[in-house]
Write a protein that binds this ligand. Structure first.
Ligand SMILES: Nc1ncnc2c1ncn2[C@@H]1O[C@H](COP(=O)(O)OP(=O)(O)O)[C@@H](O)[C@H]1O
Ligand SMILES: Cc1cn([C@H]2C[C@H](O)[C@@H](COP(=O)(O)O)O2)c(=O)[nH]c1=O
Length: 198
């Protein structure tokens, strides 16, 4: 049975680089991957872009109101698709994650989602929460904090200063800057970890 995968990590944990590598590996073996990105991520326009310098145009740019299954099958007949790769999967809606599950289980196509677990306030994105609830396989991708410990959170900077409140979505390099942080550095630089955002 095909599975729904969620590979999550803090910013800079090589999610986009690993997605592009895995998709390339499929093509090297004459298989047909489809690359999907939620349209809300305007960072690299219609591309998946890794800081390591690799970039590739997406096949499907998925709007928040759009059906994952309808857009996918409009792009390519499902029986010709060997795997679906989703970058910035935290920006999928919960309904789109449900569709991703059905694409894997009912259509037999593995769906590999790469994204953030939580936002700069340490709380889940709706898409990530749904992925954590229903993905068959959940894997952490790792990067390090400036102090050398594993980074688990993302601090947001506005005008150079860490902030602890604000809109959940602010695209990197456009509305905000980010730094991957371990728990200790997050508390020291941003403030206490609060489930209720107080
Ligand atoms: N010139 C480079 N050579 C090697 N690695 C790089 C280079 N530039 C950035 N990186 C590394 O690439 C990783 C970020 O990759 P990226 O795919 O953009 O991550 P993510 O999608 O998780 O934010 C970081 O670990 C960063 O240190
Ligand atoms: C923490 C956090 C991130 N974002 C945005 C910033 C970037 O545009 C993407 C993540 O990109 P990456 O490939 O993981 O580097 O998400 C946001 O909108 N809100 C946040 O709290």
């Amino acid at each position: 049975m095909a599975k729904l995968y969620f590979r999550y990590g803090a910013m800079n944990s090589s999610k986009s680089a690993l997605l592009l590598t895995a998709a390339y590996n499929y093509e090297e073996r004459d298989q047909h991957p489809v690359i999907v990105k939620p349209g809300i991520d305007t960072k690299a326009g219609e591309s998946v872009q890794s800081r390591i310098g690799v970039e590739r145009r997406v096949d499907v740019l998925l709007g928040a109101e759009e059906s994952f299954l309808a857009k996918l099958s409009a792009h390519q007949p499902l029986d010709q698709i060997d795997a679906v790769f989703v970058d910035e999967a935290q920006f999928l809606t919960p309904a789109q994650v449900d569709e991703a599950y059905e694409i894997a289980v009912m259509r037999g196509i593995p769906v590999l989602c790469y994204g953030l677990r939580g936002d700069f306030m340490t709380r889940s994105f709706p898409g990530s929460l749904r992925l954590l609830e229903i993905a068959h396989a959940i894997e952490e991708l790792k990067t390090i904090c400036r102090c050398g410990s594993k980074a688990v959170f993302n601090g947001r900077r506005i005008d150079g200063e860490f902030v602890s409140h604000g809109a959940q979505v602010a695209i990197d390099g456009q509305q905000a800057e980010y730094e991957s942080l371990c728990g200790r550095c997050y508390i020291q630089k941003v403030g206490p970890v609060r489930h209720d955002g107080a």
